[in-house]
Write a protein that binds this ligand. Sequence first.
Ligand code: UDP
Length: 240
Amino acid sequence: MSSPRYKRILLKLSGEVLMGNQQFGIDPEFVAELAREVKAAKETGLELCLVIGGGNIFRGMAGAAKGMDRAQADYMGMLATIMNALAMQNALEQLGVDTRVQSAIQMDAVCEPVIRRRAERHLQKGRVVIFAAGVGSPYFTTDSGAALRAAEMNCDALLKGTSVDGVYNADPKKDSQAKRYKTVDYDTVLADNLKVMDASAVALCRDNSIPIVVFSIREKGNLARVLAGEGTKTIVQKGA
Ligand code: UDP
């Protein structure tokens, strides 16, 4: 089975994969490991945009559950994604991969603001563009940020690298009969409330015909396999 060969992708990594085996925060060794995977993907000739979550540091919902103002907590979550973006930039540049971080919350001393046409130029020059701070507004997540950037940068696919190896019809941790989809339609994901990405992110991908490829980034070499059309994954697309 061969998959379409992507020219430009957006890779979304959950913040939690940066913490390795820790309970919290950033494990530099693990970030270096991820950076090697990203470099290998880049070397296949792809243009690569990256979005990294912040769940390894702070999630707005968790703050709100403990009594914080939701919007204020969400801004803290967005700042967490900038820290992760800088950690990944550092790891990639140590491997000789040129990168630029563009943040939806302006932070001129450490990164560029999001400017689409400038990001386009970076990609043309072979740089990896890391988009930080999600969409820049509270009540969203980095999944929505990833879908938005994938759409505006005309990416051929959104790859979601996470801790699970695809989309299941039930929670595989709770239900031993849970089955992984090879492919599934956006509308099934939305109607059955399958845990892939937030509904707003899925809807944005659906409306712009961007396939979502869900796979485990914890398995070494998996990103390259998935890009080659192999490896364990679920593809969310139209008509599946
Ligand atoms: N966040 C936000 N708006 C955005 C992106 C992120 O408010 O556009 C906040 C939100 O609080 C979220 C946190 O940043 O919980 C970290 O992002 P996310 O939960 O998406 O990280 P992940 O689960 O991918 O690690």
